[in-house]
Design a protein around this ligand. Sequence first.
Ligand SMILES: [Zn+2]
Length: 119
Amino acid sequence: MDKKVLNKIIKKLNMKKNDILETIDRELQNEIDDIKSENITGDIVDTANTAYDLLVNSKLSEKEQEKLGEIRDALKRVEENVYGRCVACGNNIEEKRLLAIPEAKKCIVCKATEEKRIY
Ligand SMILES: [Zn+2]
């Protein structure tokens, strides 16, 4: 893969990662504010833990955590020099696809097969 393209993708991955971390932080802060406004007693650490538990259990954060995991995986594959290779068939993933979905780890053919199997 062209180094320029790869650098662009790495930048995208890092931006996405920061976006998700910010969203999770914001949600966490909202949960903490909610709990505080409900006057639940307990020290601040307990409150934070409760808020975090709530967040971890919420559907939205589940999706975000999953996304975050995918992005971290992709960055790891960059480090290991295997980025852009389909984890299922070993072929190179289309550059166009990687630019659109930088965390993609399967080529379009394998992804389509996987989706057909699920639904
Ligand atoms: Zn494949």
